[in-house]
Design a protein around this ligand. Structure first.
Ligand code: ZN
Ligand code: ZN
Length: 585
């Protein structure tokens, strides 16, 4: 009897082995994949909080490109041994993310070739700066790794000079200023860190000497770039072919570039129409019987300027935000828009000095794979030291209405809430390659969704400001696609931003600079927003009176920070299944 029992166990074990669970096998693949990913990209590993390879500086030479191609083709081959249909939803989306990323790397190396034309790709400063600024390990350990890493800096910039072929003027200038701007890390900041450490005098001297050699290599690189003989520099404009492909890899949208562009143009027109209506409605309240400007855009602009005067004072910005966050949480809960986890509070604080000057307020960090339990901070700009003119223009920009929209976007139910949901997902793959269009799309979607549900009491002022705020993401998209694929001139770009999107001259000029140094990223907000909104409307039609907004939001966020098109596939399938089973009874 005992023997027979044992036999059965052996038989069933063999049987189970033959029919190995594909998800188990895939999980093992992922584990090995991530280990090898960090070996191949030690600097990326450090930046996501995996510090085993901190002392290594990757030399960006031809051999590194070959190594990347080998890594990607080997892993793509292994990936293709899995049948995606047999995997769980979680693994399915991990599979698709890995596949997309590996194909993207191959394309970057073989086709896009940033390493030949964007000299700002070569800059060692951020990884060194992080080692000084973040307390993930003892200062002595971090400084020792800092010293080991410094050894490779000259070889790093030698490789850069070998690889650069035809740099654009704009990226060359950026590379010079960013590299020279980073030198203080290796001088002042390193000096104070060394002074605070317990390293021996000899070791300190060693690191200081290595740092001066590194600084010399950085300065040489900048000089080399300044004298680069470039008769016909490459244009910063990406061109249609590269743009379409980059959009496909980076945004991973269900829509093609052309569709997104058309949707943005249509959205701009409908926002202008709505703004005209609102401005007409508000005119008597703010201007009495004063005659209205004949030009629609001028009319809208005057009303916007007027209601922008309602804003907090520079020393009450932090308090205003602190008071608003619980109000937003209360509204979301009372209206039943989605569940908020009370155990993960958002820490609101004045932004640390090293982050100063970037944003008025921002939730930080985005999903981190190795420190999920860390606090999420809502960093608020400290503008009390600014001169009057500067802070006044800033406060008008982030006036009474926009400040609320910003808090919705960044905090509740925007980025911060999305982050809490996303951190429920155990997948490291999803945290490394979180989809920026999904993240930003959710932030932008949250703004509209809150207003649709009565936030702001349907005040016309709030809606008008919302339209202006939303127009920014719409026009960023039109700008990015037009500049990189349609030869849009600087003049018409500035005209679009100042006249049609009501931006200040300085903001518009900053945007022109950004679009000449980056591509595709400016589309992520509007693309993600449109996809989420369209998915919601699609499900509303499909589910009829069974549609529930709270369920939709919670289900949508439960998949983690993955491309909206994958969420759409999963949600539509679930919805179909539910309909089928309902049809049966
Ligand atoms: Zn004022
Ligand atoms: Zn955002």
């Amino acid at each position: 009897m005992k023997k027979l029992f044992l036999l059965i166990i052996i038989l069933s074990a063999t049987f189970a082995c033959e029919k190995e669970d594909p998800n188990k096998k895939f999980n093992l693949f992922k584990e090995t994949f991530i280990i090898n990913l960090w070996k191949t990209y030690p600097n990326v590993a450090s930046s996501v909080g995996y510090h085993k390879y901190d002392s290594i500086l990757t030399i960006p030479d031809k051999a590194f490109n070959d190594k990347q191609l080998k890594f990607t083709s080997e892993n793509l081959a292994e990936l293709s041994s899995f049948d995606i249909a047999n995997l769980s939803d979680d693994n399915k989306t991990d599979y698709l993310l890995i596949e997309n990323q590996l194909n993207a790397i191959q394309w970057h190396v073989k086709v896009e070739k940033l390493y030949e034309w964007d000299p700002s790709q070569y800059n060692v400063s951020s990884s060194f700066a992080e080692m000084l600024a973040n307390n993930y390990d003892s200062l002595d350990t971090r400084l020792n790794n800092f010293g080991l890493k410094l050894i490779s800096v000259p070889a790093y910039y030698d490789a850069a000079k070998q690889m650069i072929k035809n740099p654009t003027k704009e990226h060359t200038e950026l590379a010079i200023s960013q590299n020279l701007g980073s030198i203080s890390i290796f001088e002042n900041e390193l000096k104070s860190a060394l002074a605070a450490s317990h390293l021996s005098e000899a070791r300190r001297q060693e690191i200081t000497d290595l740092a001066s050699v590194a600084v010399k290599a950085i300065k040489d690189y900048a000089e080399w770039l300044k004298s680069f003989d470039n008769q016909s520099p490459r244009s910063f404009r990406l061109g249609k072919d590269l743009y379409d492909k980059k959009f496909e890899f980076d945004i991973q949208s269900g829509y093609a570039v052309k569709q997104v562009y058309e949707k943005a143009i249509a959205r701009k027109i409908s926002l202008h129409n709505k703004m005209r209506e609102l401005a007409n409605q508000l005119w008597p309240k703010y201007f009495g019987s004063k005659p209205k400007p004949a030009d629609t855009l001028a009319l809208i602009k005057q009303v916007i300027d007027k209601i922008s005067l309602r804003h907090v004072s520079s020393d009450s910005l932090l308090i205003a935000i602190e008071q608003q966050i619980p109000e937003l949480a209360k509204f979301v809960t009372e209206k039943g828009l989605l569940y908020l986890d009370p155990s993960k509070p958002l820490v609101i604080r004045k932004e640390p000095d090293y982050m100063a000057g970037v944003n008025v307020a921002s939730a930080y960090p985005f999903p981190g794979p190795y420190d999920k339990s860390a606090n999420t901070y809502y960093n608020v700009a400290n503008i009390s030291g600014w001169d009057k003119a500067r802070s006044e223009s800033f406060l008008r920009e982030y006036n009474h209405y926009i400040l609320q929209l910003l808090n919705i976007h960044e905090a509740i139910p925007g980025h911060y809430v999305q982050l809490v949901y996303s951190n429920e997902s155990p997948s490291i793959i999803k945290s490394i390659w979180f989809n920026i269009a999904m993240l930003e799309g959710w932030g932008v979607y949250s703004e509209l969704m809150m207003l649709e549900n009565g936030y702001g009491n349907n005040e016309p002022e709030m809606w008008l400001m919302y339209c202006k705020w939303n127009l920014r993401t719409v026009c960023n998209t039109i700008l990015d696609i037009s500049v990189h694929t349609k030869e849009m001139s600087e003049e018409s770009a500035l005209n679009l931003l100042t006249n049609e999107a009501f931006q200040q001259e300085a903001e518009a000029k900053g945007k022109w600079r950004r679009v000449s140094l980056s591509s595709v990223q400016l589309c992520s907000y509007f693309t993600g927003f449109t996809e989420i909104y369209d998915l919601r409307e699609e499900l509303k039609i499909k589910q009829g009176d069974k549609f529930n907004l709270k369920d939709f939001h919670e289900k949508f966020l439960s998949y983690g920070s993955i491309p909206v098109k994958h969420i759409r596939d999963l949600m539509l399938r679930t919805s179909d299944k539910e309909n089928e089973s309902k049809g049966k009874d």
